[in-house]
Design a protein around this ligand. Sequence first.
Ligand code: ADP
Ligand code: MG
Length: 308
Amino acid sequence: MEDVGKEMKRTMESHNLKQQYQEILKSVYADKDVKEFLKINQNRLDKNAVEKSASKLYEFVNEKKKLSNGNVNFAKGYQPTLILNDHLIDVSYQPTKEHLNLERQKKLAKNFKTVGMTAGIKNVNLDDYDQTADRAVALEASIDFIQSYENNPKSFHKALYLHGPFGVGKTYLLAAVAHRLSDDGFQTLLLHFPSFAVDIKNAINNNQVADKLDSVKKVPVLIIDDIGADSMSTWIRDDILGVILEYRMQHELPTFFSSNFSMEQLEQEHLSTTSRGDIEPLKAKRLMERIKFLAHPIQVSGRNRRNN
Ligand code: ADP
Ligand code: MG
């Protein structure tokens, strides 16, 4: 990159194109960014800086022109800026806003995975989370979690079990948490549990149960959304949910939950009865112990936001 201008200067001089070179320099000095830079830095520049740095100024104007014409410059996604370098002028390349945005989107796509969620859920953001008193506790607890986890991701952090009626914003808040964590570089999986249960049942046919289970067990941050929304078979309860929770407890991996049921209700009304109607309170109790180890309950209330 350093040689673009120098090369030009050499070529021109060697072809005795001094005249034309002067013309080019004239247009370089007429550039408004160049003029501004020279003005701001006039006291810091060597008195011959403009002549000595002519090739740099030329490079700057030329690369800028390529960018504004929509041509790909040599460093795609970067734009030239003028900087001071030991009383002379130099060009530095800074990532463009578009480039930074694109990088951010890529990072999000890589770190934020979902199962059974609408596509728009990935755009939910803590910054535009409209806070009401009903949800202040859950929001504060979420922010506390993010801070302590990000400060020390290797140690155990108890996550949240958000419970409350349909439509109060539980999923929305957890999606915002996932967004922030992913944006900050932490892999997060937001799993709509009833959809995942269907997925994994289907995975039996093509032998993918172990792989799917593994990725859920091991993801650094897991969010199990809407647990209790559908009745579970014993297989889903014990061999899937039970195994995931056991692994995450053993490895102290952060795991969030959302549910329409409180922990007591989930244990008594949901986990202890299988879809076949068997009643197994002991199994339910064991599962609940794991959930309680992983997350502390927070009630979310308020109006149903799905109605507007
Ligand atoms: P729940 O999971 O508790 O049933 P959701 O998170 O799905 O509720 O929220 C219900 C609706 O309200 C969704 O359409 C969501 O986009 C909207 N919503 C929830 N919380 C907020 C919020 N803080 N700001 C803006 N919209 C919200
Ligand atoms: Mg929900």
